[in-house]
Write a protein that binds this ligand. Structure first.
Ligand code: NAD
Length: 408
């Protein structure tokens, strides 16, 4: 199939949940006919209603006219089953985050779709090669990682599997452009660029809760730096329960000290904005995060229960640990070739994670500090807190040459 240019005229989306809804609108807005499958007919019906409501809202806001809204809705149709979508050029799968389920769907679609069709997964972190291995067309399998809400967020991570062909990546980049996205190609690793970097960043934020900080204080420090949202407000928006359920399902990670505050919140039904309470309190119908002293009391109980001697943690330490965790993981991503350039990493953080635009992204921010300085600061953290802070090899090398990430 290496000769074809993979022209995408008709697509299908599998899954009518949070992500499927946004992805369907992205495709329809770009003029692409899209068929929609969900094994729960009620979910699909509800999703079609939500999409129609969104377009009606856009018309009321004057963002599109009725003719355009009607045209977009006309491009979307429900499909009863997989055989009904056999002629599409691209399928984007957005079902539950479960490898076996995704493999089963890819295997079945591979047997039905025309040979030149592309198969994409919206997985947040799963192994694209393991998904591709379920098919006989691994060169035409890739990740298309949208961010929530998909029809609004600009970022699209395009995940290149070991066998994804250059022509397929080209087609994905063209599609990203048609949908008005900022596309960044990422190699295949757990969490890809964005979520892989998020992991050590959030880990530091969680550790600081145990050591002496409170959620509001951590968020205030990072928002003071310019982030759209601190990590705990972000978890309230995403849903604290997603990772909690994933840990439960995987049967691992639930005992780690850092997740004990999350675990207690979830056990209390405090899942975040959607349940009216999470790290913060939300009045009915409001998205305004309000400080909740009960959460501070919970943090104190958990941290003392785990035997931590709490201490004052200032904004400076919060920034130092969270930002350097991002930069160090970003450097590893760069040295492993997962990201093509430091600029790509910055695009991911600026367009998908609310990193302050005036700082240029985490890697540009590190370059502004000077990598020799960043290297020293990581070594200081390593001395104080252990080897998780060992500077990425690339930082030492660039610092020694007096270079920045932008020059490698
Ligand atoms: P969701 O739970 O909101 O929706 C999943 C949908 O898949 C449901 O409507 C369900 O009925 C349907 N489904 C389940 N099994 C199916 C099957 N066998 N055939 C057809 N439909 C089936 O999930 P979501 O939040 O939209 O996440 C979907 C995917 O997107 C996951 O892989 C997730 O990791 C990823 N993702 C989520 C977000 C996010 O913020 N929610 C962001 C990026 C990526």
């Amino acid at each position: 199939m290496s000769q074809t240019s993979f022209d995408i005229q008709q697509a299908a989306v599998i899954g009518a949940g949070t992500m499927g809804r946004g992805i369907v609108m992205c495709l329809a807005n770009a003029g692409i006919a899209v068929q929609w499958v969900d094994n729960n007919p009620q979910m699909l019906e509800q999703a079609l209603g939500t999409v129609a409501d969104t377009y009606a809202h856009n018309v009321r806001q004057g963002r599109i006219d009725q003719v355009e809204a009607d045209a977009r809705i006309a491009r979307i149709s429900a499909a009863a089953d997989y055989p009904a979508i056999r002629n599409v050029d691209l399928v984007i799968e957005a079902v539950y985050e479960n490898l076996e389920l995704k493999q089963r769907i890819f295997r079945e679609l591979d047997g039905l779709l025309k040979p030149e069709a592309l198969l994409a997964s919206n997985t947040s972190a799963l192994d694209i090669d393991a998904i591709a291995a379920a098919t006989r067309r691994p060169s035409q399998v890739l990740g298309l990682h949208f961010f929530s809400p998909a029809h609004i967020m600009k970022l699209l991570e395009i995940i290149r599997g070991a066998q994804t062909s250059p022509a397929v990546l080209e087609a994905a980049l063209r599609l990203g452009k048609r949908m008005g996205k900022v596309s960044v190609v990422s190699g295949n690793c757990h969490g890809f660029i964005g979520n892989r970097m998020l992991h050590p960043y959030v880990l530091e934020a969680r550790k600081m809760l145990l050591e002496g900080a409170y959620p509001q204080q951590v968020d205030a420090a990072l928002q003071g730096f310019g982030f759209a949202m601190g990590p705990f407000r972000m978890y309230d928006v995403v849903g604290i329960d997603l990772e909690w359920r994933a840990r439960e399902l995987a049967g691992k990670g639930q005992d780690a000290p850092e997740v004990q505050v999350d675990n207690r919140l979830c056990e209390m039904g405090r899942f975040g904005q959607k349940s009216g309470n999470g790290y913060y309190h939300y009045e009915p119908g409001s998205r305004q995060a309000e400080h909740d002293p009960e959460v501070d009391a919970l943090v104190l109980r958990v941290s003392e229960g785990l035997g931590f001697q709490r201490r004052e943690i200032g904004a400076e330490e919060i920034l130092e640990r969270c930002l350097l965790a991002l930069v160090n993981e970003g450097a590893k991503i760069l040295q492993e070739g997962i990201a093509g350039s430091a600029h790509d990493i910055d695009l991911v953080y600026l367009n998908g994670y609310g990193f302050p635009a005036d700082k240029g992204g985490p890697m540009a921010w590190a370059d502004q500090q000077g990598l020799a300085d960043i290297h020293q600061r990581l070594l200081a953290l390593q001395t104080r807190q252990g080897d998780q802070w060992q500077p990425a090899r690339l930082i030492g090398e660039l610092a020694a040459q007096g270079k920045g990430f932008a020059e490698c």
